[in-house]
Structure formats: structure tokens, C-alpha cells
Write a protein that binds this ligand. Structure first.
Ligand SMILES: O=c1ccn([C@@H]2O[C@H](COP(=O)(O)OP(=O)(O)O[C@H]3O[C@H](CO)[C@@H](O)[C@H](O)[C@H]3O)[C@@H](O)[C@H]2O)c(=O)[nH]1
Ligand SMILES: [Mn+2]
Length: 736
């Protein structure tokens, strides 16, 4: 049903009915399992210390699994897909003046991990949006305070004067120059050759400066004198952790014109003040500074937040987002429109499950039928008003200039405006204010995105998930296993900071957002708790089998089929959902493997880090994901090989589990050969066999490979010793 005036559709997925039926059946099966646990615990046959320990561990593990299953039902209850109809916008937006202003925030934090050229490319890709340029402003926050990044952005402003008219005249879709020239389907006309040359010129300059690590005088004199003055701010006491605010207008709409004499959008560089003694709250702090600086300069009602490596892949995305914000029936409590995180350069089998299909594609559709998706931190268009308390309450900021209703009348380079932006970007500005607690992006969790979205939903705001077939944005993802699990380890710490706080979705959330939303949020917040059941299932049945103890029912026992049903049911449903979300069988297999790997690495170590933070052993930190990879690594990744390479302690539980599972499987087979009934061991054999198949890349990396990505011998050795120690310890206890 598509009316001529509707701005968007919403279609409930037909699988919601079978989902609910299956939930009923599955919950009956879980109850049966818990009943069995209760009876074995209450009437143990011949209790030993070890049998009690096993029964309790299995019960605790299964209880957590059941709780996580319950949480996941929130996404299955009422999945809804939504599509925008931008063609119907014309009725509302005829002239450029009719469009609401749009402020784009791009965050970068470390020029050594986030190449300035990438930041510049991201900025260019949004500067070239198909949107009235007088209404468009781009603010780049640089927490690394790098003059190299500033230089790259100056070059982008210059090159943009050619690039923007070129894209618009030729209806280019890839408006990130690097992707456009690398896409292979560019037809090289004279005009294209010329623009390519100009891009190469800019690229060489930026890369040259980055390689040298400083901006030579020849480069300084080549940029307009007024702009070159900015580099003078990098004085001798200037460090990335201690420096005054640097705010530079690099391109100004109305003043700067492109090669076709149209106005350029605003481009502003912002590096907030830093002092060693003031907390800066990582990315949330940076975003709040951008909220204030942009309020003083333009105060656009709509804000787009982007990570520095998230390029626009579709110039018409703002029109799609407007379909939601311009809809009068829905806009009053709409806080944000979330586009999925999609990645370029993923290998065919997606060995690290970088797609995060569940997090970025499947679950948000589930949330869409409730109050809307969680906030992913990037690719999100916000209603500025949402940062100032709930839809029907409003907290006025101290300075009236920061209020979402304030209308800016001066030019962005006006002296008074510039002075105020420096003030609101200073360290002390937030002291004694509600920034980070009741207004703006929220502090207190390393997953500021998830946490901010959660708090907005608690205040009564709604959100929408919009997933057009052409990806709206594309970003990069880590391609070495250590970078991958380091990234998710930060997420684990951040999630525990929410689940174990007074704002836990289970308590605070249930009170303010309804049970289904609260359980959906709990699915993530309590995600690190998977590490308990998975660790139990990765070690306990295996070690028990090695010392001749059965812990599952015999294969001939009807209870055995209950276990099979629970396992196949959960995995089967996951597989169906994955494939329906345009996944392949191979990618699904790797996705479930990475889930286990993440749980045994990121979740375990993240939990330790969280505890360490609380005991004051180490300081909380946001470890920025590395975005620079060498060619060798890229080649191995493209071939689909896991990259171990570095002796990371996080690999230890992984390889220890791999060793124990292999030993158990062989031990079990040996017992069967010696005449023990398979009937008794089948359950444990299946679990160990599953472990072995999943551990295949680990065995390869330990034994078969000799390239740079192999498992460091040190880790293999430590894991062997550890596996032996665990085995000895458990078998000693079992004899007591
Ligand atoms: O002190 C900081 C730390 C990070 N960043 C920026 O935050 C973004 C995300 O950092 P990244 O290292 O790429 O983390 P990821 O884990 O890849 O990012 C995901 O997870 C983050 C929360 O942990 C979210 O903020 C991101 O939007 C989301 O894409 C990057 O643009 C950084 O430059 C800052 O601006 N200031
Ligand atoms: Mn990232």
C-alpha cells in the first residue's frame, strides 16, 4: 500500500507469528530442562564434591543461557521494516529554503591510527551531499589535536571546490573520491582525468606531510595566508593531551564558492581544549563540544554523527532521513533515524563476522516494532531537541545561545561567535552543568552510543531504523584478530558499565521503557555474561569426559532429545534469521564461531578490565581502533586467514579451549574403541566435536602455518601448560 503522499511505509514481517509460537514451545523446553536440573540437584545419586560442582555450574550456565534467550525474544516479537519515499518529499520541500539545516559531526581521535586522508575523504563525501549547501555544515572534532589532520581538511576544502560541482554535474554516487576512482566503473573522459589529477595532487600532499610527521614551510606558504596562521597555534607546549581549543573555519557557505560559482558548505575544524587534570569523557565529550560549537555557529535542528572512517555512499541519504523528520504525525517524539553500519572490504566468508548482522541488521528491525533501534554511534541523524530532556519536558542550557530554539543571526566567522565557540569548547565549561548527565550525549559508559540511545528511549523518545538497499554509509573494520577482539573488549567494558549501574536496563529500563524494550537493551548490556556459560561448555563436559564422568543423559534417554532440541532450535532459528537477512551459510558459520571467540576473549578480558577499573588498578580508557593495515596483512585477510601474529594474552583462553577440546574428543574416541558405550558419551562427544570444528583456525595457526599471522609459539606453549594444569587440578578434585 503506497499512497501518493506517504513519506514512509512500515511493514510487519510475517515471521513474527511463527516466532511467537516457537517462543512458547521453546520456553516449555527450557522449563523442562530447569526441572531436570532441579531434580538432579535435589536428589543426587551419590553426591561427591565434583558432581555437585558440575551440577551447580551447569545449572548456573543454563540459567544464564535461558535469561539471554528471554532477552532475545524482544527482537522476535514484532519485527518491522520501514522504507522511506523520498520522491514524495517534493510536495513539502520545493525550494532550497524549505530544507532544514543539517549539522554533520565527524569525530577523529588519533592521527597515527586514523589517517588524516581518511578523515578528509569522509568530510568530502558528506560535503558533496545532494543538499542545499547553504544549509549544510560539517564539523570535524579532532581529539588527537593533529595539525596533520587540520592540513588534510584544508586540502579537502580546496579540492572540494572542484569535486562538489563535478559530482553534482555527473550525478556521481560514490562521493568519496578514493572510492570513486577505485571503483573500476568510472569511464575516463577528459573531465574525469582532470579531476583525478587534482585529487592525486591533494592526496600526494597529504600523504607527504603525514609521512614526514610535520608540515613543512613550503606547504604552509602554499595555503592561503589567513588559513596558514592556524598552524601557529601548535606552540612548543602544545600536546594532544594538554592544549587550548583550536577552532578554524576552513570553508564558509556564502563566502567560499566552488568552481561552478555555487556556495560551498561550512567546514569547521574543532579540537576542544584538553588539560591533563580534567576528564574529557572520550567520544561523548567530543560530541558534546560539537553540539555546543555547532549550536553557536548554525544551530541546525538536525544533526548527523559519523565516525571518521564512515564515508557517505549515497548522496541522497538526507532526503531519506527527512521522510521521517518531516512527517508531522511522527516527528514530535522522534529522536533519531539510524542507518545500518556497513563495511567495505569484508572478505568473502567474513571470517571475523565483521558484518555484525545481528547487531546492525536483524535486531534493529526487531526494535523497530517497539520504540526503535539503539544508537550505533555513527550513521545517525538526530533531532537536536532530543539532547535537552524528554519530548514533553525541556531543560534549558545555561547559555541561551545553546538552546535548540535559538536562531543564529551572525556569520559563523563573526568575532563574537568565534569567541563563544572557544568558551564552550573549554575544559571547565561543563563544570557543575547537566552536560553528560541530563543533556547531550551521556557520560559513564565506553559505549556512549548505546548508553545515550538507551537514556533517550527511557525519556520517551522514539527512533527509526532505515535500511535502504544501497548502503547509505560504508566504513572500515579491523582485519587482525587482535584488533577485532580489542575493539569488542572496549564494548564489553562499556556494556558492563551500563548493566551493573543504577541505570541498568533490567531495573531502570523496565521502569521507564516497557518490558520488551528493556529486555532488548538487556540482551546487549548483559552480553558479557555469555562468558560464563560458554566457558563452562567449552571446558567442563570435555574435562569430565577425559576423567570418565558423564554429565549429560544417555543418548537413549528421552532427556537427551531435550538437549538436542534446545541446541538445534536455537541454532536453527539463528541460521534462518541470518539467511533471511541476506546472509550465506558460510558467513553464518563464521558468525557463530566469532561469537564464541569474542565471548572467550573480549568478554572475559573486558570483564577483568571492568573489575580492574573499579578496584582502581587501571584507568578507564577508550582504545581507538586501528585503521591502518599493511599490505601483507590485507593479503592474508583477503585469502580468508585468521591473523594471530602478536602474542596477545587474549589468545590464551582460545587456544587452551582448542587444546582441551581436541584432547577430549580423542580421549572419548579412545574410550569408545576400548569398549565403552557410545550411548553414555554421545552428549559430551558432540560438544567436544563442535568445539574442535570451531577451533580449526586455531589448530591451523598453531601447527600448520608459517606466515606472519601464525600463533606465536609463546602463546601455544602457555596454553599447553595451562590446559595441563586445568586438567590436573580438575582430575585431582574429582578424586576427592
Ligand atoms: O576519545 C575519543 C575516542 C574516540 N573517538 C572517535 O570515536 C569514533 C569511534 O572510535 P573507534 O575506535 O573507531 O571505535 P569503534 O569500536 O570502531 O566504534 C564503535 O563503537 C564506539 C563505542 O565504543 C562508537 O562510538 C562508534 O560510533 C562505533 O562505530 C572514532 O571516529 C574516533 O575517532 C573520539 O572522538 N574521541
Ligand atoms: Mn570504528
Amino acid at each position: 500500500m503506497k499512497s501518493k503522499t506517504a513519506l514512509h511505509s512500515s511493514t510487519p514481517l510475517s515471521r513474527r507469528i511463527p516466532n511467537r509460537l516457537f517462543a512458547l514451545i521453546y520456553s516449555a523446553a527450557i522449563s523442562a530442562l530447569l526441572y531436570r536440573h532441579a531434580t538432579t540437584l535435589l536428589r543426587p545419586a551419590a553426591p561427591t564434591f565434583f558432581s555437585l560442582f558440575t551440577s551447580f555450574s551447569m545449572l548456573a550456565a543454563d540459567l544464564i543461557l535461558a535469561f539471554m534467550w528471554l532477552n532475545s525474544q524482544a527482537f522476535r516479537f514484532n519485527p518491522i521494516e520501514s522504507h522511506p519515499f523520498p520522491e514524495n518529499l517534493q510536495q513539502l520541500l520545493r525550494l532550497p529554503e524549505d530544507f532544514p539545516a543539517l549539522d554533520v559531526f565527524i569525530c577523529t581521535a588519533d592521527a597515527s591510527k586514523e589517517p588524516p586522508l581518511t578523515v578528509a575523504a569522509t568530510a568530502l563525501s558528506v560535503m558533496a551531499y545532494e543538499y542545499p549547501t547553504e544549509k549544510l555544515s560539517i564539523y570535524v572534532s579532532d581529539d588527537g589535536a593533529s595539525e596533520l589532520t587540520l592540513f588534510a581538511l584544508m586540502e579537502a576544502a580546496e579540492f572540494g571546490k572542484e569535486w562538489l560541482p563535478f559530482c553534482k554535474a555527473n550525478r556521481v554516487m560514490d562521493r568519496c573520491p578514493e572510492s570513486y576512482f577505485g571503483s573500476g566503473y568510472v569511464s575516463f573522459s577528459e573531465e574525469t582525468e582532470k579531476i583525478k589529477e587534482k585529487y592525486e595532487y591533494m592526496k600526494t600532499r597529504v600523504e607527504d606531510v603525514v609521512e614526514k610527521g610535520y608540515i613543512g614551510d613550503d606547504y604552509k606558504t602554499s595555503v592561503a595566508a589567513a588559513k596558514a596562521k592556524a598552524f601557529g597555534k601548535w606552540g612548543k607546549d602544545f600536546t594532544s593531551l594538554d592544549h587550548p581549543a583550536v577552532i578554524e573555519v576552513l570553508s564558509q557557505s556564502g563566502e567560499d564558492k566552488d568552481a561552478a560559482s555555487c556556495s560551498m558548505p561550512n567546514l569547521v575544524y574543532v579540537s576542544r581544549q584538553k588539560k591533563l587534570t580534567s576528564p574529557h569523557h572520550f567520544k561523548a565529550g567530543a560530541l558534546n563540544v560539537l553540539l555546543r560549537v555547532s549550536a553557536v555557529m548554525r544551530n541546525a535542528p538536525i544533526i548527523l554523527t559519523l565516525d571518521c572512517d564512515m564515508i557517505s555512499n549515497d548522496p541522497s541519504t538526507p532526503h531519506k532521513m527527512l521522510c521521517y523528520f518531516m512527517d508531522n504525525s511522527a516527528n514530535s517524539n522522534l529522536a533519531y533515524v539510524q542507518f545500518p553500519n556497513r563495511f567495505h572490504g569484508i572478505n568473502k566468508r567474513d571470517i571475523y563476522a565483521s558484518e555484525f548482522k545481528r547487531v546492525y541488521h536483524i535486531n534493529p528491525i526487531g526494535f523497530n516494532g517497539l520504540s526503535g533501534p539503539d544508537y550505533f554511534g555513527t550513521g545517525t541523524f538526530f533531532n537536536r531537541r532530543a539532547f535537552f530532556s524528554g519530548p514533553s519536558s525541556m531543560i534549558e542550557p545555561r547559555d541561551p545561545e545553546l538552546s535548540p530554539d535559538h536562531v543564529v543571526k551572525k556569520a559563523i566567522d563573526d568575532q563574537a561567535i568565534l569567541e563563544l565557540t572557544h568558551l564552550v569548547a573549554s575544559c571547565d565549561y561543563e563544570e557543575g552543568s547537566m552536560w553528560g548527565s541530563k543533556i547531550g550525549f551521556r557520560y559513564g559508559s565506553l559505549v556512549e552510543d548505546y548508553y545515550t540511545g538507551f537514556r533517550l528511549h527511557c525519556e520517551g523518545w522514539k527512533s527509526v531504523f532505515c535500511n535502504p538497499s544501497r548502503p547509505a554509509f560504508l566504513s572500515e573494520m579491523p582485519i587482525s584478530l587482535n584488533d577485532v577482539v580489542t575493539q569488542t573488549k572496549r564494548w564489553t567494558v562499556g556494556l558492563l558499565e551500563v548493566s551493573l549501574s543504577k541505570y541498568s536496563p533490567l531495573t531502570f529500563g523496565r521502569r521507564f521503557m516497557g518490558a520488551l524494550m528493556a529486555h532488548g537493551y538487556s540482551y546487549y548490556a548483559f552480553g558479557p555474561f555469555w562468558s560464563f556459560p560458554i566457558t563452562v561448555y567449552a571446558f567442563l563436559p570435555q574435562i569430565s569426559m577425559l576423567i570418565n564422568i558423564s554429565i549429560f543423559p544417555k543418548a537413549s534417554d528421552p532427556w537427551f532429545s531435550l538437549y538436542i532440541f534446545l541446541f538445534v532450535g536455537a541454532y536453527g532459528q539463528d541460521l534462518v534469521e541470518f539467511v533471511l537477512a541476506e546472509g550465506t551459510l558460510q558467513r553464518w558459520w563464521n558468525d557463530q564461531r566469532m561469537w564464541v571467540i569474542r565471548v572467550l576473549t573480549s568478554d572475559l578480558f573486558g570483564t577483568l578490565e571492568y573489575i580492574g577499573n573499579h578496584l582502581g588498578i587501571y584507568a578507564r580508557g577508550f582504545n581507538v581502533t586501528n585503521k591502518i593495515n599493511d599490505d601483507e596483512l590485507r593479503r592474508r585477510y583477503d585469502e580468508g586467514k585468521f591473523e594471530f601474529g602478536v602474542p596477545s594474552p587474549m589468545f590464551v583462553p582460545l587456544s587452551t579451549a582448542a587444546i582441551i577440546n581436541a584432547a577430549a574428543l580423542m580421549g572419548g574416541l579412545l574410550q569408545v574403541v576400548k569398549g565403552r558405550e557410545l550411548n553414555e558419551l554421545l552428549g559430551q562427544m558432540v560438544v567436544a566435536g563442535f568445539g574442535v570444528v570451531n577451533s580449526w583456525p586455531v589448530y591451523e595457526a598453531m601447527v600448520l602455518r608459517s606466515d606472519g599471522g601464525r600463533m606465536p609459539t609463546k602463546i601455544t606453549f602457555i596454553s599447553l601448560v595451562l590446559a595441563w594444569l586445568i586438567f590436573t587440578l580438575v582430575s585431582t578434585i574429582a578424586k576427592v
